[in-house]
Design a protein around this ligand. Sequence first.
Ligand code: NOJ
Length: 754
Amino acid sequence: MPDNVTGGIAWADAYAKAVAIVAEMTIEEKVNLTIGVNGPCSGNLYGVPRLGIPVLCLEDGPAGPRPVHGISQYPAGLMTAATWDRELMYSRGRAMGKEFYDQGIHIALAPVAGGPLGRSPLGGRNWEGWFPDPYATGMASYLTVKGIQDSGVAAVAKHFIGYEQETDRNGYQVTSSSSDSALVNQLPISSNIDDETTHELYLWSFAEAVRAGTSHVMCSYNEVNQTHACNNAYTLNHLLKGELNFQGAVISDWGGQHNNIESVYGGLDVSMPGSGSGGVLGDFWGNGALVDDVRNGSVPEYMLDQMVYRLLMPYYHLGQNETELPEVIFNANTGTYDAPDRTRNVRQPTTPALIRTIGNSGLTLLKNTGGLPLSLGADSRVAVVGTDATDNSVGPDGCGTVYTSCPSGNINGTLSLGGGSGYAYAPYIVTPLDAIQARAVQDGFEVAQILRDSDVETTFEELLPISDATIVFVSRFSEESEDIPNLSLDHDGDALVAAAVNQSSNVIVVMHTTGVVDIEAWADHENVTAIVSAFLPGMETGNGLVDVLFGDVTPSGKLPFTWGKSIDDYPPHTIVSDPVPAPQANFTEGVFIDYRWFDKHDITPRYEFGFGLSYTTFGYSDLVLDNTFKADAFAIQQTAEPFEGYNGTNSLYDVLFTVNVTIKNTGDYTGSEVAQLYASIPGDDQPVRVLRGFDKVKNLAPGEYGTATFDVRRKDVSIWSVERGLWYVPTDAITISVGASSRNLLLTTTWTSS
Ligand code: NOJ
């Protein structure tokens, strides 16, 4: 068993405090810090009142505290990813973290740090996370963890590991109450992943979360190579606590624990919800079981001590022992916890502007043959079409405040976030229609409103020909617990666009979706003059959109995934639904997901990874590669990932070289450009290229120059050797390309390790 709890470089003081206090605890008190109990939060640890450790509150989720009122509804991870803006990624985490703190939450169940990574475009929760790319997701995870923790709240990087489908994610113990599977005794899906793919794809972003000092990691529902992820000694003890040198606690997803002693030896530290929620999700350590295990020697007490150190170190490190957090006044467990749910408004005055900025910066312009920016004077009329433009006909909360309260799926009005534990209540929603109307008040144009998705033909005949522009809103919802069956728009969005192009030669399509949708029926139609992907923008959705539609902000978002033409363009069988006792998802595509798959098989996507148009244009020139070595300066905690050339002081994350590129705004609008660096690393069956840098050069005026800078680290040019079990830099030349997208590479050089 690894005995590797030291606190690492960041938590040495906290380690000393944890050791000292645990020495004073009884076995029962220690166990109380490892098993959830009933309380106001989604997860509650009883604490040790005798020693001043309070009840600890664990609460979802990645787009803001949930289910809690008085908070902001942040844009989804996916939308934030589309900004490719490191500052916004950090600021979102920081602002969200403050709201968690001010609600009295010690531990935020966020971010989704690469589980799911987005192996399948049908995955129901991809939008909670970032990019189907380890490097970019790693950066977003690092910055979000840092942001949340800089606000004094412990982050939980989730879901570890290989959690890539909702279908059959839970086995019998959970599905007995939710009947998710065909078989009562079915095991959760097993993600069967080879060693190279584990390292190069699915583990990568968790390493970045650890480097950012993530307090905790949530183990996932699925099995990994036929062992439950929450008692998987290989993934938890060897990979996470060993290779990544993770010092915090492994917290089970709710109902992700399947056994008692096996879980202790398998690397689980905290059981959730444990005895909470009546223990219905599996209360293996509760009712004295873990206490007995220790008393009768089945679990050595030092192991229990380590579990508690891991939980408490972040508590001390973040200073949660020094300043009492506000009292929790919400109730996340109506029905199972007897206390009222009350609202405390913790929103900050600056947050709406931040959310609006993420909305306008992540909005991705996919086609523009002249539809945008809109220029509508007092004598103009714009037609606004589709239910996604506005509130649900019964109001956003007309069916209750839980997102999916309305009878089925996506009929809750404009789509600002996906559903499930990643949803956050909106204090208000500025719908697209609201924002367009506010603009109409200012500029004097008329707004024709056709806020339905079908039976529109007659109205279209009447209104679209006399409108200067038609904005059609379409959407596609997805949520936790189920994957989507296909890539179709909801509410027959294709038919809505088809009806619009029959009557208008200036149709602008705005999409709110949780990922790729099939737009082949109309994307090339000449009357579709612009296509905008607005993803899931949170409560300021309309404002961010109008900023871009009317040209106040030049679009600068780029696709955080590959927009294929059909589901057949992507790796096959990535959602497994077999009615067998032990369903198996074999990750046979290896590291080749998303753009890597398209490149390998030479498939032309509709829009490639990293693609996005602007109102202005940019020139790329003067690539300069500088071999100046820079020691890693970003490890809040250091990993112990093995690599060739380790000399006792160097790091896998040292910068080996830096690439600078000059970017010039060659067009007519002030704008920002996301420059991307790709590496083609030689080796057996390596991807054609992998993303290894991005830099958003912001707010260049027409004619102005800026510099995109990419620090390339040892890991960024390494591959994982299965034979040797370490990272190494190949000796052959590596091609380095910089460009505007994964398929628009404008400058190229080579780099060779010396
Ligand atoms: C299950 C979800 O998978 C996880 O993300 C969430 O944090 C827990 N439920 C608690 O709500």
